[in-house]
Ligand binder design. Structure first.
Ligand code: PEP
Ligand code: MG
Length: 577
């Protein structure tokens, strides 16, 4: 019997494949002694061979996907595995004391881990984690516990997990990872954002899919509607396969909009459609989907997929690559937006009760100015390779914006003094994602060159509803009239000072939001690359004056449902929905 679940459609498309359950298997290491030491030694050696093969494979993949520096970690793993000091000691314990192989490796590893972890030098401290990683793998092989490596998946699967960290998502190869479904998360969690940039269907917020799904059993997910079927019947597979074909056909039809200008039915040509990216490699997806620029490069991924704060030169290369790739189209790079759910393995955040309301993003950068200045210098140096806008995340007060801008201008002057070239047309703007800033938009507009509305956070902070929590998902309401009023306040405040406004939150690409945003005369719409062509199609079918009337009515509504009903009624015939 198949089983149906319902979650939040987080990345469009349909996937049908076997379940790959990403959960750390639980196992126990007993200290039972053995009578046959020879067979224990053999099982240790077999485990070593398997672990070695894995590590070689991981090294190859890392080299191809992440570069030589990251791949070097696996070189270190391979050395640990060959280290006679550790392996010989374990073998002695097996031969002399009749310990079992898993226990022997575990005991020796613990000894080395304690020594390394206690060292002052951060390089040796990190080796403790490497020893744990390698010996855990060995122990799992000895105990016949499944060893899961996302990067080594080599058949078509749907990943099932409690949650996926951004760096786990980045390891997924869309050739094999056909989709993913998680207990946690929603449309704006970072796993969702990554899924859309990898163009993988995803259903999140399923609450207990990890309990319900069985490893290796077939499952189907619809990332558009949020439906999931576990162990589907032959008939269900047939119906969904046909749906999937239809989805691909629609995608093909949208390609007709790739090289067309963005223009509304009544000829308004000022809307610009751009892509959001998390890494330089995402540029191609934006171009392939007819993006006219990049409205948000989330630079924090450079920091998160790393084991140290990226240097000025490392960052310069990444920013230069994006600017050159976009061939003089506008590119907005957001300065480090870290904290909340976005952590760094090499930096300890203070313990806080509410990290989403705490020490993060621009607050951290204005405190750790060395980190901030390094990034700004890299950005400013890269500015000569294209058309750069710099924006600051999580601005709450005018003083924060002024301070961030002042540091930027100081670094610009320093670079010029040192003989570097810096473009003179860089725009300096800010995210509008905190209600205190939104309410004062007309005042902020005197200082910022542009605003980019971050609805993902603006909604969470206005509604006081955690964007990651499935328990308060009903309060996460983009169409609540309070949110629409704030968006209108931001756009009008900027336009009053002759400044432009973009939106880079997920709402910018939503089919029901576009009519409202057209009516408010938003200038730039920045979204997942895969939403751009549909947005262009929607705009081509609607007329701006009618959307202005729609907005006037929507602003007087009391509930999100009323707004959505109004949008549907007004656009139904034009959009054929
Ligand atoms: C936002 O908050 O809307 C946004 C675009 O930023 P992020 O999703 O990275 O917080
Ligand atoms: Mg944000």
């Amino acid at each position: 019997m198949s089983k149906k679940l319902h979650g939040i459609g987080a990345s469009n498309g349909i996937a049908i494949a076997k379940v790959f359950k990403l959960e750390e298997p639980k196992y126990e290491i007993s200290n039972n002694t053995v009578s046959d030491s020879a067979s224990e030694i053999k099982s240790l050696e077999t485990a070593m061979k398997k672990a070695n093969a894995d590590i070689e494979k991981l090294q190859e993949i890392a080299l191809e996907k992440l570069g030589a520096e990251k791949a070097a970690i696996f070189e270190a793993h391979s050395q640990i595995l060959q280290d006679p000091a550790m392996i010989d000691e374990a073998k002695k314990m097996i031969n002399n004391d009749k310990n079992n192989a898993a226990y022997a490796i575990h005991t020796v590893a613990q000894k080395f881990i304690t020594i390394f972890a206690g060292m002052e030098d951060p390089y040796f401290k990190e080796r403790a984690a490497d020893i744990k990683d390698v010996t855990d793998r060995l122990i799992k092989y000895i105990l016949n516990v499944p060893v899961l490596d996302l990067a080594t998946i080599n058949e078509e699967v749907i990943i099932v997990a409690e949650d996926l960290t951004p760096s786990q998502t980045a390891q997924l190869d869309p050739k094999f990872a056909k989709g993913f479904s998680c207990d946690m998360g929603g449309r704006t969690s970072h796993a969702a954002i990554m899924a859309r940039s990898l163009e993988i269907p995803a259903v999140l917020g399923l609450k207990d899919v990890t309990k319900q799904a069985k490893h290796n059993e077939v499952m189907m997910i619809n990332g558009t509607t949020g439906e999931v079927i576990l162990a589907p019947s032959a008939d269900e597979i047939k119906t969904w396969t046909a749906e999937r074909t239809k989805f691909f056909q629609l995608q093909q039809e949208l390609l007709a909009f790739k090289d067309k200008p963005t223009v509304s039915k009544d000829g308004y040509q000022k809307f610009v459609l751009e892509g959001n990216i998390g890494a330089p490699k995402d540029v191609q997806g934006v171009l392939d989907n007819g993006g006219q620029g990049i409205g948000l490069f989330r630079s924090e991924f450079l920091y998160m997929d790393n084991d140290h704060f990226p240097t000025e030169d490392e960052q310069y290369k990444a920013y230069k690559g994006v600017l050159e790739g976009m061939q003089n189209r506008p590119v907005i790079i957001r300065t480090l937006d870290i904290g909340g759910d976005k952590k760094l393995s090499y930096f300890k955040f203070p313990e806080e009760m509410n990290p989403f309301l705490g020490y993060r993003a621009i607050r951290l950068c204005l405190d750790k100015t060395d980190v901030f200045r390094t990034q700004l210098r890299a950005l400013l140096r890269a500015s000569v390779h294209g058309k750069l806008g710099i924006m600051f995340p999580m601005i709450s007060t005018i003083d924060e914006f002024k301070a961030a801008k002042e540091i930027t201008l100081e670094e610009k002057a320093n670079l010029i003094k040192d003989g570097h070239q810096v473009a003179d047309n860089i725009e300096i703007g800010m995210m509008m994602e905190i209600p205190s800033a939104a309410m004062l938009a007309d005042q902020f507009a005197k200082y910022a060159d542009f605003f980019s509305i971050g609805t993902n956070d603006l909604i969470q902070y206005t509604m006081a509803a955690d964007r990651m929590s499935q328990f308060v998902a009903y309060l996460y309401q983009p169409y609540n009239p309070s949110i629409l009023r704030l968006i209108k306040t931001i756009i009008d405040g900027a336009h009053k000072e002759g400044k432009w406004v973009g939106m880079c939150g997920e709402m910018a690409g939503e089919e029901q939001a576009i009519p409202l945003l057209m009516g408010m005369k938003l200038d730039y719409f920045s979204m997942s690359a895969t939403s751009i062509l549909n947005a262009r199609q929607v705009i081509s079918k609607l007329e701006v004056p009618a959307m202005e009337q729609l907005v006037a009515k929507a602003l007087t509504c009391q509930t999100a449902e009323e707004v959505l009903a109004l949008v549907q009624k007004t656009t139904k015939s034009a959009l054929n929905v």
